[in-house]
Design a protein around this ligand. Sequence first.
Ligand SMILES: *[C@@H]1O[C@H](CO)[C@@H](O)[C@H](O)[C@H]1NC(C)=O
Ligand SMILES: *[C@@H]1O[C@H](CO)[C@@H](O)[C@H](O)[C@H]1NC(C)=O
Ligand SMILES: *[C@@H]1O[C@H](CO)[C@@H](O)[C@H](O)[C@H]1NC(C)=O
Ligand SMILES: *[C@@H]1O[C@H](CO)[C@@H](O)[C@H](O)[C@H]1NC(C)=O
Length: 348
Amino acid sequence: MSRFFLLALLVILFIVFSEGSGQVGASDLTDLKCPLRKNLAMLKGHMCQRSCESRNCSKARKCVCDGECGMSCISTGLSCPWPVMIDNAEAQLAQESRKFGDLMEVTCKPGFRMADGQEVVMSHCQGDGKWSITLPCEDVFNPSPRCKSPPGIENGFHEDGPYNIGREVNYWCDYGYRLEGANSLLCQENGEWSHMAPTCHPVNCSRPPNIAEATLVAVHQSEYPVGTVIYYLCNKNFYLDGSNRVICLENGSWSQLPYCRARCPIIAKRSRVIYQGRKLWFHEVPDGLVHHGDTVTFFCHSENKTCSFKAESQCFDGVLKLPDCYDEPTFLRYHLFPKRLVSEIPAC
Ligand SMILES: *[C@@H]1O[C@H](CO)[C@@H](O)[C@H](O)[C@H]1NC(C)=O
Ligand SMILES: *[C@@H]1O[C@H](CO)[C@@H](O)[C@H](O)[C@H]1NC(C)=O
Ligand SMILES: *[C@@H]1O[C@H](CO)[C@@H](O)[C@H](O)[C@H]1NC(C)=O
Ligand SMILES: *[C@@H]1O[C@H](CO)[C@@H](O)[C@H](O)[C@H]1NC(C)=O
């Protein structure tokens, strides 16, 4: 973002803030965006005060948005200096006071313009007790030097010109590349860029993890470039939980991995259960196993043992818990009184 837009944004923010009582509490600000860009603040010579993103301020300070410094503890008694001398420009207060957030209008003298072509710009009183810097006014017939085009980078790009003094230029890497170094350069007063250009490095995912009871379908490599797609297949009788398609993400991690879930053995062997809508003995269920995620209904005795009620349990990755109320009939009861088994007596 150019310095001008940043300033314009701040001006709008401060106009909004200074409406009404002019005193703004932290709670009033929580809905507004207050971007924290401490490096940029530092480059501009804006001294950040203690942050109140996560801590309260002391009594004499208020939690307010201090531009790129983010939510900060600002002294309530703060005022910016006046009068102010600016080369080739006239300064005028936009209001009587010069408290935090108050505005000062800076107008270039005739024959002078700011490097971005503006004649008038608003400066505001910052949390460090200084006016935010405005671009210097330059002689329209003898403009001050600008920075040269910032260096281009491989597998990345930067913002376009013009590269005026005070201009911040952002760099980005192409998809699949990670930026190393400063992601923005500032065109300094001396016409030089503040930093070396960053570099872009390919991001790789490491070898994909093994998943229990799954077979990986992928070309065997030690590193996989961003965007690589691999597949997992579950072994026979295992249920695929999740997506079998896994992709190498921009941050070098694999997307969500699936699970291969086991079927569950039915432990109740001396009473019938309801499975897939049918009342079955365990040996009537294929392999005596139910699918992951399926629900099985068991029969439990009422307290007086004269009737039965139903209780459900769900198979999860090989485990089908018996409901607490379920009592497995004894060997004798199962063989001698098959009609009196819990699953065979009337329902309550
Ligand atoms: C911060 O202020 C809030 C609201 O006044 C209060 O509820 C909270 O206890 C304070 N936290 C600390 C750490 O003092
Ligand atoms: C990623 O893989 C590419 C190509 O195999 C390789 O040139 C590069 O050095 C790797 N990057 C990292 C950070 O290991
Ligand atoms: C990578 O990005 C994904 C999706 O945005 C996220 O879920 C994951 O936690 C990230 N991994 C790391 C190591 O940051
Ligand atoms: C046993 O309990 C069930 C429900 O709890 C009830 O419906 C039934 O009448 C009771 N039978 C006897 C004999 O008490």
